[in-house]
Ligand binder design. Structure first.
Ligand SMILES: NC(=O)c1ccc[n+]([C@@H]2O[C@H](COP(=O)([O-])OP(=O)(O)OC[C@H]3O[C@@H](n4cnc5c(N)ncnc54)[C@H](O)[C@@H]3O)[C@@H](O)[C@H]2O)c1
Length: 256
C-alpha cells in the first residue's frame, strides 16, 4: 500500500481497460489503485475512461472518471473543483495526456506546432498551477509530468513533439524549485518506445519500428507497467527527497 489514502488525478488515464492495450495513464491508474490510492481518471475519451473507472471499482478500488480537456483552463477548473468536492484533497497529479505529431521542421504546420504545445506543454502548466493551491492547503503533494526521451534528445521527425516535451521537462524544474519549501515535489518521467493505444498505429508498422528497435540497447520495446512503476515511485513518500529530477525509463536509449 505505497499510496494508502492518497487522492491522485491522472490525465490521459482512460486507456486502462482490462483486456485492451493500455497506456501509461491507464496502467498507472490501476497500479495506483492496487497501492491504496483513490484515482481520478481525467480524459477526453469518455467511453474508455468510464469503463476503466468502473472496472477499478468492481475490483474493490475507488475511482471516478471526470471529463477533462487538459488544454482548457476552464476544464481544469471544473475537474479540480469536482475532485475537491468529492474527495476533499489532492495529493498526486500526473500530467500524462498526450498526442502524436510526426514531421520534420519544414513539414510542421503552425497548427501542428500549437496543438503539440497545447497538449504537452500548456496543459502541464495549467494542471500544475491548478493543483498547487490544493496541495499547499494540505501541506504538500507530488506532481509527475510525463515528458519523453524526445524531451531530452532529437530525432529525424516529431519536431513539435520534441519542443513541447522539452518545455515540459524544464517547466518541471522551475516548479520544483519554486514549491520545494512547501512540500510540493515536481518531477518528470522520460519514457522510451512503448506500444500503447497512442503509438500502436505507428509501432505496428515494421518500417517505423525496426529502425527504432535497433537503437535501443535492450533491443525491445518497453511495457506500460514499466513506466507506471516509475510514476508510482515518484508519487509515493519513498521519493520524499526527490524533486526536479528526470526519471528516464528507456531500455538504455539515451545512455548512448
Ligand atoms: N508510448 C510511447 O512510446 C511514449 C514514449 C514517451 C512518452 N510518451 C508520453 O506518455 C504519455 C502517455 O502516452 P501513451 O502512449 O501511454 O498514451 P495513451 O495511449 O494512453 O493515449 C493518450 C491519452 O491521452 C488522452 N488525451 C489526448 N488529448 C487529451 C486532452 N486534450 N485532454 C485529455 N486527455 C487527452 C487520450 O484520450 C488518451 O486516453 C503521453 O504524454 C506521451 O506523449 C509516450
Amino acid at each position: 500500500m505505497r499510496l494508502d489514502g492518497k487522492v491522485a488525478l491522472i490525465t490521459g488515464a482512460a486507456k486502462g481497460v482490462e483486456g485492451r492495450l493500455m497506456g501509461f495513464g491507464g496502467a498507472a491508474a490501476r497500479l495506483f489503485s492496487r497501492e491504496g490510492a483513490i484515482v481520478v481518471i481525467a480524459d477526453i475519451d469518455e467511453e474508455s475512461g468510464k469503463l476503466t473507472a468502473e472496472q477499478i471499482n468492481n475490483d474493490g478500488g475507488e475511482a471516478v472518471f471526470f471529463r477533462l480537456d487538459v488544454t482548457s483552463e476552464v476544464s481544469w477548473a471544473a475537474a479540480m473543483e469536482a475532485t475537491i468536492a468529492r474527495y476533499s484533497k489532492l495529493d498526486v497529479l500526473v500530467n500524462n495526456a498526450g498526442t502524436v505529431s510526426r514531421a520534420d521542421v519544414e513539414g510542421t504546420t503552425l497548427e501542428m506546432w500549437e496543438e503539440q504545445m497545447a497538449v504537452h506543454s500548456t496543459a502541464t502548466f495549467l494542471g500544475t498551477r491548478a493543483a498547487i493551491p490544493e496541495m499547499r492547503r494540505t501541506g504538500g503533494g507530488s506532481i509527475i509530468n510525463v515528458s519523453s526521451i524526445f524531451g531530452l534528445v532529437g530525432s529525424p521527425s516529431s519536431t513539435a513533439y520534441h519542443a513541447a516535451k522539452g518545455a515540459s521537462r524544464i517547466f518541471t524544474k522551475a516548479a520544483a524549485v519554486q514549491y520545494a519549501k512547501e512540500g510540493i515535489r515536481v518531477n518528470s518521467v522520460h519514457p522510451g518506445f512503448v506500444t500503447t493505444p497512442m503509438t500502436a498505429p505507428f509501432f505496428s508498422d515494421p518500417e517505423l519500428i525496426n529502425p527504432r528497435l535497433a537503437t535501443v540497447p535492450m533491443g525491445r520495446l518497453g511495457l506500460a507497467d514499466e513506466i507506471a512503476y516509475g510514476i508510482l515511485f515518484l508519487a509515493s513518500d519513498e521519493a520524499s527527497f526527490v524533486t526536479g529530477a528526470e526519471l528516464v525509463i528507456d531500455g538504455g536509449f539515451t545512455a548512448q
